[in-house]
Design a protein around this ligand. Sequence first.
Ligand SMILES: NC(=O)c1ccc[n+]([C@@H]2O[C@H](COP(=O)([O-])OP(=O)(O)OC[C@H]3O[C@@H](n4cnc5c(N)ncnc54)[C@H](O)[C@@H]3O)[C@@H](O)[C@H]2O)c1
Length: 340
Amino acid sequence: MTTTRTVTLIEGDGIGPEIAAATVRAIEAAGGKITWEKADAGAGAVEKHRDPLPQATIDSIKKNQLALKSPLATPSGGGYRSVNVTLRQHFDLYANVRPVETLAGVPSRYTNVDLVIVRENTEDLYAGVEHYIDPRRTAAESIAIITKFGSERVIVYAFEYARRMGRKKVTLVHKANILKMSNGLFLDTGREIAKRYPEIQFDDMIVDATAMKLVVAPERFDVIVTMNLFGDILSDLTAGLVGGLGVAPAANIGDGGVAMFEAVHGTAPDIAGKGIANPTGLMLSAALLLDHIEQRDAATRLRRGIKAALANAETRTGDLGGKANTAQFTDAVIRHMQNG
Ligand SMILES: NC(=O)c1ccc[n+]([C@@H]2O[C@H](COP(=O)([O-])OP(=O)(O)OC[C@H]3O[C@@H](n4cnc5c(N)ncnc54)[C@H](O)[C@@H]3O)[C@@H](O)[C@H]2O)c1
């Protein structure tokens, strides 16, 4: 019997509430057993509570260990710090998982992409160690921190993910030919860990060659594990291989048990409130959530419904050249799940 899980739902800003409502409907129709606990964050929370990340939201995620998050507005320049970054740091969500798969009907140059990037989310150049070297600020340095602990946990996560999801190969991406110590540590750690997973192929590739190969032959890749900066760049590149950020899902996972699932696009303020937003990114993130809580049948049904609705221009949303609005797309996803 499937256990019903309680998940914190952050509806977010801009188009967030519209795509969250569509996703909740689709999960229910897929047979996902989830009780939602709504919590505020972002610009909406500033208006309501004068706090972009109220303690009640942190407490809710801590209690439930699971969150589905719509996009949040982050002010550029001044204002408050990105809530997304704060949440990742607070819960030590060290693995950022970004699967991409060719979706029929979504305009793209490729027909054969099916890969996952596992990005280390807490270290590297993003550790926040940087300063100006001289008082006149004519030179600055940023320090990339790579630790054995941080490398080990994300690489183990990538192999465990590959094993669980029936994936065949893990490619570790680095620049250890130049950054022999920091990137060398990541690579050596990967080589050691790979020995524990003899059933999974392992290779490594230098990041610049990886960027080229991803564009020329993306079918060569299965699971990629890499450090923070390279993962940040390559995961947007791979989203571009399947139609862009609008259809890209993401999961942020930590060892503390907390997992947060999110669409990677922003709040799309230009179309907010019009009922025309594309909920695909959040719906696919919800499928990752269902995988994570072992509700695999519901995840498979949901993906099948999404893919079928995307394949037809009548039921695709306008941003993908289709004719449907958010509700019509969601109706089609649900219809396809029921008919399939
Ligand atoms: N994960 C997040 O919470 C996240 C990520 C990126 C940006 N943001 C925030 O979002 C706000 C707007 O950022 P931006 O304009 O740079 O990027 P954006 O992704 O919101 O919008 C870029 C373009 O893509 C379109 N678009 C995005 N998602 C769409 C969808 N689901 N359906 C249809 N069209 C879609 C928008 O209409 C816009 O034309 C900013 O406050 C930014 O900080 C949040």
